[in-house]
Design a protein around this ligand. Structure first.
Ligand code: AMP
Length: 225
C-alpha cells in the first residue's frame, strides 16, 4: 500500500482518519505526537522536557523527533504502507524526512491535506476524549463520536481522559504554529505534484470516503481486512 502523509491543523481529524484506515486496510499508524508522548512518559530529563513542550503546544526539536521516527520506521510492520500523522510539520522536517527515506530505501508516497475552518477545531479539541485502555478517540460534542458515558470507553470499558494540550490556550499556540510553520509544506508538496486535498468538516465517515476515492483513483490495491 502507498505511504500517506497527513497534513492538517490540530483537531482536523488526522488521528481519527488514521485509526479508520488502520482498521479497514491494516495501515500502520505512526503519530509523532504519540511517539513523543511515549518518550515523555519515561519521566527522565528528556521526557520531562518533551512533556513541557507538548503541554505548551511548542514544536519539539527536529533531532529528537527525527530519531524517534527513524527508529519506528525501521520496524518490520512499516514495510507494507504506513500513515505519517504529525510529521513532517515544517519544510526543514520534510528535508530531513527525505534523507531518512533514502537511508531506509522507502517511498514518500502521497500527501493528504485535511481542510477545516478554525471555528470547528475548538469543539473538536476541547471535546476530544481518549481511552487509556485501547486508544479509541471520542468527542463529547459530536453525536457521531460521543461515548455512551462521558468517562468510559464503549469498546473496552477503559477510562477516558483529556490530553494535557487539548485546551484553548494550547490550541491557540498549536494553531498559530500550524499556520506559520506547517502550511508552507502545502506549497512544498504541491510543487512535487503528490498532494491531495480533502474537506474534513463533514465528519469522519465522509473524510474516510474522500480518502478512499483518492486511493482508488490512484489504483492503489488496498486489501480490506
Ligand atoms: P499531535 O499529537 O500531532 O497533536 O502533537 C502533539 C505535540 O507533539 C505537538 O504540539 C508538539 O509539541 C509535538 N510534536 C508532534 N509531532 C511533532 C513534530 N513533527 N515536530 C515537532 N514536535 C512535534
Amino acid at each position: 500500500m502507498i505511504n500517506l502523509i497527513l497534513i492538517a491543523a490540530p483537531g482536523a481529524g488526522k488521528g481519527t482518519l488514521s485509526k479508520d484506515l488502520k482498521e479497514k486496510y491494516n495501515y500502520v499508524h505512526i503519530s509523532t505526537g504519540d511517539l513523543l508522548r511515549e518518550a515523555a512518559s519515561k519521566g527522565d530529563e528528556l521526557g520531562n522536557t518533551i512533556h513541557d513542550m507538548q503541554t505548551k503546544g511548542e514544536l519539539v526539536p527536529d533531532e529528537i523527533v527525527a530519531a524517534a521516527l527513524k527508529q519506528r520506521l525501521q520496524e518490520e510492520d512499516c514495510n507494507n504502507g504506513y500513515i505519517l500523522d504529525g510529521y513532517p510539520r515544517t519544510v526543514a522536517q520534510a528535508t530531513i524526512y527525505e534523507e531518512i527515506l533514502q537511508q531506509l530505501h522507502k517511498d514518500l508516497g502521497i500527501v493528504i491535506v485535511l481542510d477545516i475552518e478554525k471555528e470547528q477545531l475548538i469543539k473538536r479539541i476541547t471535546g476530544r476524549r481518549l481511552c487509556h485502555g485501547c486508544d479509541a478517540i471520542y468527542n463529547i460534542y459530536n453525536e457521531e463520536m460521543a461515548p455512551k458515558n462521558d468517562n468510559i470507553c464503549d469498546k473496552c470499558g477503559g477510562e477516558l481522559y483529556q490530553r494535557s494540550d487539548d485546551n484553548l490556550e494550547s490550541l491557540e499556540n498549536r494553531y498559530n504554529t500550524y499556520l506559520e510553520k506547517t502550511q508552507p509544506l502545502i506549497d512544498y508538496y504541491s510543487n512535487k505534484n503528490n498532494l491531495y486535498r480533502v474537506d474534513s468538516s463533514r465528519g469522519k465517515d465522509d473524510t474516510l470516503k474522500q480518502v478512499e476515492d483518492i486511493l482508488n483513483k490512484l489504483g492503489d490495491s488496498v486489501d480490506k481486512n
